[in-house]
Design a protein around this ligand. Structure first.
Ligand SMILES: [Zn+2]
Length: 254
C-alpha cells in the first residue's frame, strides 16, 4: 500500500494561485481510495501515472470546492467513462444532498455511482478488504468528517478539515499513520482549522508511527513546513513529515 499526495495546498488564496497543488490524496492498496478530489485531481493523477478508472472508492469529506470540485470527473472514471454504474462514493451530507450553501455533486454524476454512502461521524462502513470509521470534524457550518481507515493491516487516520476539539485524540487511537490538514502555523481568532500547535498536541497524544501534515495555507507554506514538521517531531517524539506535491509514502514507513 502507498499514499500519493496529489496536492498539499490549503485555503482560498492557495486554491486560486496554486502555489501548492490541490487535488487531495490517493491511498493505493487492496482498494484504490481517492480522498478529497479538489481542483487538479484528475490532471495530477495523469501526471503521476495514476488511472482514474481504477478508483474504487471516492471520499468527499465536505463540500468546500477545494475538496469536491473534481468529484464529477472522477466519478466518470469510476463508472467506466460514465457508461455504467461503478464505484463507491462516500460523502458528507451536504456534498450529496446540498442542503446548505455548499457545493454538491450533480444528480447526473450521483446516478453513475454504484454505492453512495452518506457518512455520519461515529458510523462505520465495511468493504471488501477494509473498514472506514468516520470521525467528527468541526469545520465552518458544513457537515464534515474525517476517518480512520483499516486496510492491508494498517490503521490510517485522516482529520479532514476541522478545528481541534476535546477528545479528538481518542478518535485516532492506535493509528499507524495520521494525516492532518494543517492550515496555519499558529492559533489566531479564526477557527475551523487545525494549526500546527493543535497538530502537535494531537500527534503527541495519538503517538502514531508516522504523522504527515498537508493542506497547508499560505502562512504555513512560508514558515516553511519542513521546519514546522521538525519542531513537531521534537515536541512529540513522532516522526513527522510535511507532505510535498506528488510525494509517495509506502506503508513500510508506518
Ligand atoms: Zn474546508
Amino acid at each position: 500500500m502507498e499514499i500519493i499526495f496529489l496536492g498539499t495546498g490549503g485555503g482560498r488564496i492557495n486554491l486560486i494561485n496554486q502555489t501548492r497543488a490541490t487535488g487531495g490524496f490517493v491511498i493505493s492498496g487492496s482498494k484504490n481510495i481517492h480522498v478529497d478530489p479538489g481542483p487538479g485531481a484528475l490532471v495530477h493523477m495523469r501526471n503521476l501515472g495514476l488511472v482514474p478508472r481504477k478508483t474504487d472508492i471516492l471520499v468527499v469529506t465536505h463540500s468546500h470546492i477545494d475538496h469536491i470540485s473534481d468529484a464529477g470527473v472522477l466519478i466518470e472514471g469510476m463508472s467506466n467513462y460514465g457508461l455504467r454504474k461503478g464505484g463507491t462514493l462516500i460523502g458528507a451530507d451536504d456534498a450529496l444532498e446540498g442542503k446548505t450553501d455548499g457545493q454538491r455533486i450533480s444528480e447526473f454524476h450521483l446516478s453513475k455511482v454504484e454505492t453512495i454512502v452518506n457518512a455520519k461521524p461515529g458510523e462505520s462502513l465495511e468493504f471488501e478488504g477494509g473498514k472506514f470509521t468516520f470521525t467528527k470534524a468541526v469545520h465552518d457550518t458544513f457537515p464534515a468528517f474525517g476517518f480512520v481507515l483499516e486496510m492491508d493491516g494498517k490503521r490510517i487516520g485522516y482529520t479532514g478539515d476541522t478545528e481541534y476539539f476535546e477528545g479528538m485524540d481518542k478518535l485516532f487511537d492506535g493509528c499507524n499513520l495520521l494525516i492532518l490538514n494543517v492550515m496555519k502555523p499558529y492559533n489566531d481568532q479564526y477557527h475551523g482549522h487545525l494549526t500546527a500547535e493543535d497538530a502537535s498536541r494531537l500527534i503527541g497524544r495519538v503517538q502514531p508511527k508516522l504523522a504527515i501534515i498537508t493542506h497547508m495555507g499560505m502562512k504555513m507554506q512560508s514558515y516553511p513546513p519542513e521546519k514546522k514538521a521538525k519542531e513537531i517531531e521534537e515536541e512529540t517524539g513522532v516522526k513527522t513529515i510535511a507532505a510535498t506535491d506528488g510525494m509517495k509514502v509506502a506503508s513500510d514507513q508506518f
